[in-house]
Design a protein around this ligand. Structure first.
Ligand SMILES: Nc1ncnc2c1ncn2[C@@H]1O[C@H](COP(=O)(O)OP(=O)(O)OP(=O)(O)O)[C@@H](O)[C@H]1O
Ligand SMILES: O=C(O)[C@H](O)[C@@H](O)[C@H](O)[C@H](O)CO
Length: 173
């Protein structure tokens, strides 16, 4: 039997917990983790740091880099934390890595505001949260993946994500 390793994007708006949770999902599944924030062109990071939201033209080249990382990780599997806010962005990733599954992390605005305000030393200003929420398109019923509410302990979130991926057939039963 041919086993393929999982390619997973942990998606959602800024400060929803993609990096924190994604690292632990990767550990649990025994695959590498990467943070797509580290793949942004420097100009994108500076734009966000200055308080200006990215637009589609800023994101396409970055998404192509993320897609290439997924595509080249077919042998090892990969969990990557990447906002992937719009359906069109996820379609772009699937062009290069069609088997990609998404863990969509969701939180109420109050939880997000508290988490964005509570962290220090991050380039993303909390003021950009509103534009992130305005851009977000939830995972569609026809998209491979799972929606997980993150108003919970990290262990519970990882449990739910891993169970959802198993139920969706992304990882073995
Ligand atoms: N389940 C949780 N419970 C409590 N705090 C959490 C939880 N998950 C994440 N956090 C905290 O919320 C903040 C945002 O988390 P994190 O940096 O992982 O989000 P992110 O989605 O990767 O953000 P960004 O995309 O902006 O880099 C951090 O300070 C993190 O420690
Ligand atoms: O698509 C975007 O607007 C970006 O990827 C942002 O989501 C940030 O990189 C991330 O959230 C860091 O805070």
């Amino acid at each position: 039997m041919i086993r393929t390793e999982p390619l997973i994007v942990v998606m959602g708006v800024s400060a929803v917990g993609k990096s924190t949770t994604g690292t632990q999902i990767a550990d649990r599944l025994g695959v590498p983790f990467q943070d797509a924030d580290d793949l942004h062109p420097a100009a994108n990071v500076e734009k966000m740091r200055a308080g200006t939201p990215l637009d589609d033209e800023d994101r396409w080249p970055w998404l192509d880099i993320v897609g290439r990382e997924l595509q080249s990780a077919a042998a090892s599997g990969l969990v990557i934390a990447c906002s992937a806010l719009r359906r069109a962005y996820r379609d772009r990733l699937r062009v290069q890595a069609p088997t990609t599954a998404f863990v969509h992390l969701h939180a109420d605005d109050a939880v997000l505001t508290a988490r964005a305000a509570g962290r220090t030393g991050h380039f993303m200003p909390p003021s950009l949260l509103a534009s992130q929420l305005a851009t977000l398109e939830s995972l569609g019923d026809d998209e491979l993946g799972v929606l997980v509410d993150v108003d919970a302990s990290i262990e519970d979130i990882v449990d739910r994500a891993v169970a959802g991926l198993r139920a969706a057939g992304v990882t073995p039963a």
